[in-house]
Structures are given as structure tokens and as C-alpha cells.
Ligand binder design. Structure first.
Ligand SMILES: [Zn+2]
Length: 476
């Protein structure tokens, strides 16, 4: 491992406040262009911003969830630059006094061990409008997004691969959603990520120039872009080539980063205090008030699931990755104390059928009590496991109760000995070779015969009884 990849991330997350950061316009995605606007977010001369208190609360909440120090005194600054989607000619941001500093997020590193990735800062700022380039080469601007509150999260350069970056982002997104600070929808732009990558040659201690990659629209793209840059920059180091600091974009169709522009001079944003806004002064009570609103976080919840429900690491990880999924599991676990059975059915049957990427109970047409009725039917051997899965599929598709489905389709498992015996006798007389095989010690023959009996009884026979009867008869 002569070359080491060094990655730092800058993440922008839109906050789920009702209104924008400095005016009372709706903070809502997908409305008609330029309908959520007012003189403040349009940057009209003389219009004065007022800081939305929820923006401060949400930022502190994120900082606490990510183990940050909260700055009791912080101020807003103006970052000056010119761009059509920036109405005022400057963006209100935070420069030297970010509201949160020095946090970390724990991930599973490439070594397989837990690894803390440090956060330099989390600061509050406003989003810009959105330029839309049309097919006939016009540029339109939608200012609905102008003034939408953001937090920018800046990591230390402590991520060392594409995989670690993906792990980090998944953990960050899950937590921001857990604490109801951001919905983190990359496809709607409410979570965006820029990546800084360079390589260090550990033998000579030479470093490649940092490349900044933008336009990354999925965690997979982040991972792939880092892998691509790693290889590109190692090749440059090996060939003794150099380049100037550059901004590149990721092209998903060719899976390559492409040069956008070279950064020949350091941009000068002429930062200055935002004189139209007061400084943000926080007391210990303010911070504790926010801390009290934090829900149980993923790591704590996972540990509790493992001890309270006796689940293994994998099940606990899956069930707590999403807050609404963990809530659903706990509702079911309240009425059914066979926790591993519940976990099994939720993970293997329910999750398999929920189509959206994020777990939502909207897709589930049956109640928790119906789900429990199904588990009871399986546990009490009234239906066997395979029939249970079929019933579950039907419940999921139609919303019918399991008892109705079982009754309508006559699926109740048959434990009547004489009925099963009849089927067993028929299968044995039809398959003399299997009896010989079984006696010769071929275990597979028994499995085959069980299958035949189940088929003959349309899956309704109690498989355990079939098994016992077959073994008994063949040993006679
Ligand atoms: Zn406005």
C-alpha cells in the first residue's frame, strides 16, 4: 500500500423548516417556479433579513447528534460572488464562527474496525436559486430555492477510500433523517456532496494536487468518482506529471471525472460580517433544550435492540437503519414476544416487498395485528412456513386479513394422521426406488419423498408429521 487516498467531503443538507432562512416564504420543493418568493429572498434593495429561529435549532440538533461543540457566540457573514442564481450578489453564510465545530461520525472503516471521521465544522447558510438550461439554449432561473436554509458539513481529510466515503454518507444521511433535520433526498437536491481527493506517496511523501469533484448525484457516484480519481492521480504521480488545482465533474455515463475548470487563482469572496443580522448568542439552557428533543440515535437504538430483543448484529443493524422501520418492528414486538421470528418476517418477507428505497408504512395495506395473526398461525402450526409466506404475499398485495385468506383458499394445515398416512402410503408405493435409496443411507431420498407428499396434499400437510410418518414406515 504505497499510495494512500485522502478524501475530505463537503456536504450541503437543506433543513426541513417550514419557512426559509431569512423570510417567511414557504420552504417547499416542487412548487411552480418563482411562487415562493418575496422582496427578501429576491434580494430587493432595502429588504431586511430576519434569522429563522428553527434554522438555529436544527443546526444545533445536527451538531449535537454529530458530537460537535456548539459555539455560544456565532454570527452570519456575507460571501460575495456574482452568479445569476444569487439574487443579492452575496450569500449569507458563516465564515469564522460556525455554529458547530469538532464533531465526528463513527463508521466501519476499510479495516473492519470502527473509525471516527472528524468534522471540522457545521455552519448555517442559505441556498441559491436554481438555473435551468433549456434545449433552445436559454437559461431560466427559479428563485424558489433562494434563501432555503442549509447546513454545510465539512469533514477532516480522514476518509481513505470510496467505500469509506459511502459508509460515512450513509451514516450521516440516516442520522439527519432520524433527527428530522433534513429529508436528505439527493434526487431533489436536499442533500449534496462535493468531494476533495488527493493521493500521498507514502515512500517519498509526495502528494498529488487536490481535485474537487462536483455534480455527484448518488452515493455510488461518490464511491466510483473517488476510485477513478485514485487511479488517475496515482498514474500521474508515477509518471511524474503535475497539474494545477482543478474542479472536475462526475459523468455517470462514462464513469469518469471530467475537468470543468482549473483554479489558477484562489477565489476571493471578500467575506464580511452580515450587518443586517444580529449575532446568535446561546445559553447553556438553549443548548440543553435542543438536546432534550434529540431522539434515541442509531447506535444507541441498535445496542438496545440487541439486548432488549436479543437480536443478532445483522438484524439489529437492518432494523435500526431507518427510524420508521425500527418503529414498525417495535410495534410488532409489543404484541408478539417471539422477537427473532418477528425480525425474520420483517426483514425477509416485508422488506423484500416494500419497493421504495426508504421504508414507509404507506405501502403496507394490513395492520400490525393482522401481521401478528399471521405469525400466530405459523407458530401454532395451523399453516406451515411456506404457506405462511404465500399468505403474506397475498396480504401485502390485497390487504386481506390472514384468516380470511386461509379460509377462502382452504390453507389450514392438516394434522389429521389418517389423511396424511393415506398420502404417505400412496407416495411410497409410487416410489420404490426412493425406499431402497433411503435404506442405503441416502438422506436426500427422504427429502424427495416429503416433497412428494406435500405436493399431493397441496402443501397443507404438517411437514413434521409427514417426515415422521415416512421415516417410521420406511424403517419398518
Ligand atoms: Zn422570501
Amino acid at each position: 500500500m504505497r499510495y494512500k487516498t485522502i478524501v475530505g467531503l463537503e456536504i450541503h443538507a437543506q433543513l426541513m423548516t417550514n419557512t426559509k432562512a431569512f423570510c417567511s416564504c414557504n420552504n417547499e420543493y416542487g412548487n411552480d417556479p418563482n411562487t415562493n418568493v418575496c422582496p427578501i429572498c429576491l434580494g430587493m434593495p432595502g429588504a431586511l433579513p430576519v434569522l429563522n429561529k428553527s434554522v438555529v435549532d436544527y443546526s444545533i440538533k445536527a451538531g449535537l447528534a454529530f458530537n460537535c461543540d456548539i459555539n455560544k457566540d456565532s454570527k452570519m457573514d456575507r460571501k460575495n460572488y456574482f452568479y445569476p442564481d444569487l439574487t443579492k450578489g452575496y450569500q449569507i453564510s458563516q465564515q469564522d464562527t460556525p455554529i458547530c465545530e469538532n464533531g465526528y461520525i463513527e463508521i466501519t472503516g476499510d479495516s473492519g474496525e470502527p473509525k471516527k471521521v472528524g468534522l471540522i465544522r457545521i455552519h448555517m447558510e442559505e441556498d441559491t436559486g436554481k438555473s435551468i438550461h433549456t434545449d433552445d439554449e436559454k437559461t431560466l432561473v427559479d428563485y424558489n430555492r433562494a434563501g432555503v436554509p442549509l447546513i454545510e458539513i465539512v469533514t477532516k481529510p480522514e476518509i481513505n477510500s470510496g467505500n469509506e466515503a459511502k459508509e460515512f454518507l450513509e451514516s450521516l444521511r440516516a442520522t439527519l433523517k432520524y433527527i428530522d433535520v433534513s429529508d436528505c433526498k439527493m434526487e431533489e437536491g436536499s442533500l449534496r456532496c462535493d468531494v476533495n481527493v488527493n493521493i500521498v506517496d507514502t515512500e517519498t511523501n509526495t502528494r498529488s494536487t487536490i481535485a474537487e469533484i462536483k455534480n455527484l448525484n448518488s452515493f455510488r457516484a461518490v464511491e466510483k468518482a473517488i476510485e477513478f480519481e485514485t487511479n488517475r492521480q496515482i498514474a500521474m504521480l508515477e509518471n511524474g506529471e503535475t497539474e494545477v488545482k482543478s474542479t472536475r465533474r462526475w459523468d455517470d455515463s462514462v464513469e469518469e471525472t471530467i475537468l470543468m475548470r482549473e483554479k489558477l487563482v484562489q477565489e476571493d469572496y471578500r467575506f464580511a460580517s452580515e450587518g443586517d443580522l444580529m449575532t446568535v448568542e446561546l445559553s447553556d439552557e438553549d443548548i440543553e433544550r435542543i438536546r432534550a428533543t434529540l431522539p434515541e440515535l442509531i447506535a444507541e437504538k441498535k445496542a438496545r435492540f440487541m439486548s432488549e430483543y436479543d437480536l443478532n448484529d445483522y438484524d439489529a443493524t437492518v432494523l435500526t437503519a431507518d427510524r420508521s422501520l425500527s418503529k414498525y418492528y417495535e410495534e410488532l414486538a409489543k404484541v408478539n414476544s417471539n422477537y427473532s421470528l418477528v425480525s425474520n418476517w420483517v426483514i425477509n418477507e416485508l422488506l423484500r416487498r416494500v419497493e421504495s428505497e426508504e421504508f414507509t408504512t404507506d405501502e403496507i395495506k394490513f395492520s400490525v395485528s393482522d401481521f401478528n395473526d399471521l405469525l400466530n398461525l405459523v407458530e401454532s402450526n395451523k399453516i406451515n412456513n411456506n404457506t405462511g409466506k404465500k399468505v403474506f404475499r397475498e396480504m401485502f398485495e390485497t390487504g386481506k386479513s390472514p384468516n380470511t385468506i386461509v379460509e377462502e383458499q382452504g390453507l389450514l394445515q392438516i394434522s389429521d394422521t389418517s389423511f396424511i398416512e393415506e398420502a404417505v402410503d400412496k407416495v411410497l408405493s409410487d416410489n420404490p426406488q426412493s425406499i431402497i435409496d433411503f435404506k442405503a443411507g441416502k438422506d436426500r431420498a427422504l427429502g424427495f419423498l416429503v416433497g412428494q407428499v406435500m405436493k399431493a396434499t397441496k402443501g397443507k400437510a404438517n411437514p413434521q408429521m409427514v417426515n415422521e410418518l415416512l421415516s417410521k414406515k420406511m424403517s419398518e
